[in-house]
Design a protein around this ligand. Structure first.
Ligand code: NAP
Length: 243
């Protein structure tokens, strides 16, 4: 059984590892190819976009794919929509793996917003020294905000923004260094997307401990009628049932 695994996340890599020795399965991991030095999963890998819904539909047919697992990031909404449309066009089963979102805990001061534009609009009313952890693709939404900002990205935005300080690094992150960073930079507001997972959640613990408010962007919804699971093991079981 041939499986297309849409990846770009830690869970997609874990899944590719878990499936590497699974009898009767041939898995192709697909990466968008955006991040320099992306951590490549085990097994066969293809890189780059498919060329929209039509390109993905053709790829599924040409490569005789039997089912698709979408393990892309919760905010990668376009590729998920394309996967839904293309699998419907070809008549293939699709399973979406979405890690659970983060939950507010006692002591948290979270301001939920619907988009990065909305995050930028509320930011000056929440703090004066902001730590932006929303990736580089939507950083421009904050260019005119006018408060002091420190942005953390995996790769440098092009062109390099003049209106914020930059830290280039890749998770996972742990509590003590996050506390040290927030204190050293006198951060009084954290901006994040609700990515979920353990790899980058230490910033939320640090913000909680220091009483720093968090502006948090809600996830885009998964398209209606699509099967969704939260754990890698559930995908493995789903594939075994279909093999
Ligand atoms: P997106 O907006 O949903 O997708 C934009 C386009 O990128 C898609 O239309 C598709 O191009 C291509 N693409 C995306 N994921 C792909 C994949 N796994 N394999 C092949 N092509 C893919 O995605 P994005 O938000 O730019 O994210 C790009 C990748 O980075 C995703 O794979 C995602 O898992 C990963 N990622 C995203 C975030 C985030 O915050 N958005 C964070 C961490 C990792 P075509 O239309 O040409 O097929």
């Amino acid at each position: 059984m041939k499986v297309l695994l849409l990846g770009g996340t830690g869970e997609a890599r874990q899944l590719a590892d878990a499936l590497a020795d699974e009898p009767g399965l041939s898995v192709v991991s697909s990466l968008a190819g955006r991040t320099a030095e992306a951590r490549v999963p085990d097994g066969e890998v293809r890189l780059g976009g498919f060329g929209g819904v039509d390109g993905l539909t053709a790829w599924l047919r040409d490569n005789k794919v039997d089912c698709v697992v979408d393990a892309t990031h919760p905010f990668a909404a376009t590729i998920t929509e394309h996967a839904v449309e293309a699998t419907r066009a070809v008549g293939l089963p699709l399973l979406v793996l979405r890690r659970a979102g983060w939950r507010e805990q006692l002591g948290d001061r979270w301001v939920w917003v619907g988009s990065t534009d909305e995050a930028a609009a509320v930011l000056p009313s929440v703090g004066a020294r902001a730590f932006l952890t929303i990736g580089r693709q939507e950083l421009d939404a904050f260019a005119e905000v006018g408060v002091w900002m420190l942005a953390r990205c995996v790769d440098a935005p092009e062109p390099r923004p003049s209106w914020c300080e930059l830290i280039l690094s890749r998770g996972p992150y742990s509590l003590q260094p996050e506390l040290d960073l927030l204190r050293a930079q006198r951060i009084d507001v954290l901006v994040t997307k609700d990515s979920g997972g353990d790899m980058t959640s230490a910033k939320l613990e640090a913000a909680r401990a220091l009483g720093v408010p968090v502006v948090i962007v809600r996830r885009p919804p998964v398209p209606a009628g699509v099967d969704v699971v939260e754990e890698v093991d559930q995908v493995v079981r789903w594939l075994r049932e279909r093999r």
